[in-house]
Design a protein around this ligand. Structure first.
Ligand SMILES: O=c1ccn([C@@H]2O[C@H](COP(=O)(O)O)[C@@H](O)[C@H]2O)c(=O)[nH]1
Length: 227
C-alpha cells in the first residue's frame, strides 16, 4: 500500500502517474483527504485503484456509525477506526459500513497503537503498564470481538497478533523502512523483507517511496527485495 501523503490532488496525481502499471493499493490519509475531499477518492475508484481510506475514526458510536456509512458510500475497499474507541464504537463502524453497502462492505480495521509510539511513551505518557506487544494484542482481541476484519500494527507485533487471532485476521503494517531509509517519526520499524517474513498481509509505505527523487524506482527496488 502506498501512502499518498500529499498536500494537494496535483501532487498525488504526479505520484499516480509515476507508478502507473504497478499494482498497489492507494492509501489516502487525512492530509490528502482534507485537501482534495471525497471526490478524489471517488475518482481513484473510477480509475480502478484499490483504496484504503485511512481516517482513523474515533468518536462516540453514533457519530462513527454515520461516518462509516458516508465513507462506505464512496466505494472504498478499506477504512479504519481507533481500537481505543472501544468495542461498541467498533461495532457501530461495522453497522454503518453494512448499512451503506449493498452487498460487499469495505474491510474495516482498527488502529492498535500508532507505530510512532514507543515503550517509553506507552508507559510515561499514556500511562499504560502493559508492554507494547500486550497492548497491541489486547486491542486486536477487542477488534476481533467487535467483528472487525483486522488491525493496523507495527510489523514487530504481527506474529503475536496472528497467534492470538488466527491467520485470516488481517494485519496492516506501516513502520516499513528499507535498510538505509530514515525512520523519521516512526518508532517500531522493520525492513520490507523482515516484515514479509512476519506474515503480514499488507505493508503501508509512504516516504521511502513518495519522498524519493524517483518514486517508481524506489518502489521497484522494494518489490525486488521481496521476490
Ligand atoms: O500506526 C500507524 C497508523 C498509520 N500510519 C500511516 O502510515 C503511513 C506511513 O507512512 P511513512 O511515510 O512510511 O512513515 C502514514 O500515512 C501514516 O499516517 C502509520 O504510520 N502508523
Amino acid at each position: 500500500m502506498v501512502a499518498l501523503d500529499y498536500p494537494s490532488e496535483q501532487e498525488a496525481n504526479e505520484l499516480l502517474q509515476s507508478l502507473q502499471g504497478i499494482p498497489c493499493y492507494m492509501k489516502v490519509g487525512m492530509q490528502l483527504f482534507y485537501a482534495a475531499g471525497p471526490k478524489f477518492v471517488e475518482r481513484l475508484k473510477e480509475e480502478g485503484y484499490k483504496v484504503f481510506l485511512d481516517l482513523k475514526l474515533h468518536d462516540i458510536p453514533n457519530t462513527v456509525k454515520g461516518a462509516a456509512a458516508s465513507i462506505s458510500r464512496l466505494g472504498v475497499d478499506m477504512f479504519n477506526v481507533h481500537a481505543a474507541g472501544g468495542t461498541r464504537m467498533m461495532e457501530a463502524a461495522l453497522e454503518g459500513a453494512e448499512m451503506a453497502s449493498a452487498g460487499a462492505r469495505p474491510v474495516v480495521i482498527a488502529v492498535t497503537q500508532l507505530t510512532s509510539t514507543n515503550e517509553r511513551m506507552l508507559k510515561e505518557e499514556l500511562g499504560i503498564g502493559a508492554t507494547m506487544e500486550e497492548t497491541v494484542v489486547r486491542y486486536a482481541r477487542l477488534a476481533g470481538k467487535a467483528g472487525l476484519d483486522g488491525v493496523v500494527a507495527s510489523p514487530l507485533e504481527v506474529v503475536r497478533i496472528k497467534e492470538a487471532m488466527g491467520k485470516p485476521f488481517l494485519t496492516i503494517t506501516p513502520g516499513i523502512r528499507p535498510r538505509h531509509a530514515a525512520a523519521g517519526d516512526q518508532s517500531r520499524v522493520m525492513t520490507p523483507a523482515e516484515a514479509l517474513n512476519t506474515g503480514t498481509d499488507y505493508m503501508v509505505i509512504g516516504r521511502p517511496i513518495t519522498a524519493q527523487a524517483d518514486p517508481r524506482q524506489a518502489l521497484e527496488s522494494i518489490i525486488e527485495e521481496l521476490i
